[in-house]
Write a protein that binds this ligand. Structure first.
Ligand SMILES: CC(C)=CCC/C(C)=C/CC/C(C)=C/COP(=O)(O)O
Length: 287
């Protein structure tokens, strides 16, 4: 009388699904074989007692034959192209998913000020102060005030273009956020002041675009002493870092934001409105 174990083995080799990629050999050991290779003849013989299973196995012998000669196949595997696409995701796909996984993991670990109870929760108020320094409202209000107070044509021109640059930044970031629709990290507390509806999305960081664009703008158009230039540069970096520490953004949101803000400044230079153009625009508005 066969032992239950032996009986189990017999079931696996004889009555198993033909789709399985393994069988027992004569020594009772399990052999694995590729799904793409023709099963050994012995397996057909063993299936002989079950005509239905044998027919099914023969039908699965070659995927090329099974689908008919009209179907396109991969030359390496003999499998239909569409199956190969699914089984072999592209290198770029794998690289991107790995990058995103690292991004999520690292950003979560760096979100040390995401709430008061977090490991660096005590410096959250300082991070929020840096957040406000890169917010759209103080920048728009401050620039409008400087434009109003400027007593030279050159000063007015610079402030007018900075104001337009800030509006352009809000529009472009809003468009990208609405298209990409990447959710903010789950550990973020949505307690920012004055946000648009698209600001529930995190890609790219509006603070990062603004700080990079404004830093470039100030460095290019204001005559600043070296320590102040360094300070502007550091401020921009700190605004970006604070987004991740506060848990508002993933790292890629901020890195892309910096890149986008940097490029936005080139656009601002291209669209630069001169004093003459400004007067024309003001004349148009006043009618
Ligand atoms: C005059 C006017 C329409 C001002 C709107 C300024 C405003 C509400 C800007 C939004 C700033 C903000 C909270 C952006 C989100 O930044 P993320 O770094 O979290 O993407």
């Amino acid at each position: 009388m066969p032992s239950p174990k032996a009986k189990n083995n017999a079931n696996r080799s004889g009555g198993g699904s033909p789709g399985l990629s393994g069988s027992t050999n004569g020594n009772g050991r399990y052999e694995f074989m590729s799904l793409n290779r023709t099963p050994p003849a012995t397996l057909f013989q063993r299936q002989g007692s079950d005509p239905t299973a044998a027919a099914r196995l023969r039908a699965s012998e070659s995927p090329t034959r099974r689908r008919g000669s009209g179907s396109s196949t991969s030359s390496n595997t003999g499998m239909p192209e569409e199956d190969c696409m699914r089984l072999n995701p592209s290198f770029i796909g794998i690289a991107l998913s790995s990058l995103l996984a690292i991004d999520l993991w690292l950003s979560k670990r760096l979100g040390v000020c995401a709430c008061e109870d977090s490991s660096w929760g005590s410096i959250r108020p300082l991070m929020k102060l840096i957040e406000i320094s890169g917010h759209g409202i103080p920048w728009l209000v401050g620039t409008a005030y400087c434009l109003y107070k400027a007593d030279s044509a050159a000063g007015q021109e610079i402030m007018f273009n900075l104001f337009m640059a800030l509006i352009l930044d809000l529009i472009l970031v809003g468009i990208v956020k609405a298209v990409v629709r990447r959710r903010r990290p789950s550990h973020n507390r949505m307690d920012m002041f004055a946000t648009f509806s698209v600001d529930r999305y995190s890609f790219p960081s509006g603070h990062a675009t603004r700080s990079a664009m404004c830093a470039r703008f100030l460095l290019a158009h204001l005559v600043l002493a070296v320590p102040l230039r360094v300070l502007v540069f550091l401020w921009s970096g700190l605004v970006g870092l604070s987004r991740v520490l506060l848990g508002r953004h993933n790292m890629t949101d901020v890195l892309f934001g910096f890149l986008m803000g940097y490029c936005q400044y080139n656009l601002v230079e291209m669209l630069w409105v001169s004093s003459l153009g400004m007067q024309g625009l003001l004349g148009l508005i006043q009618g």
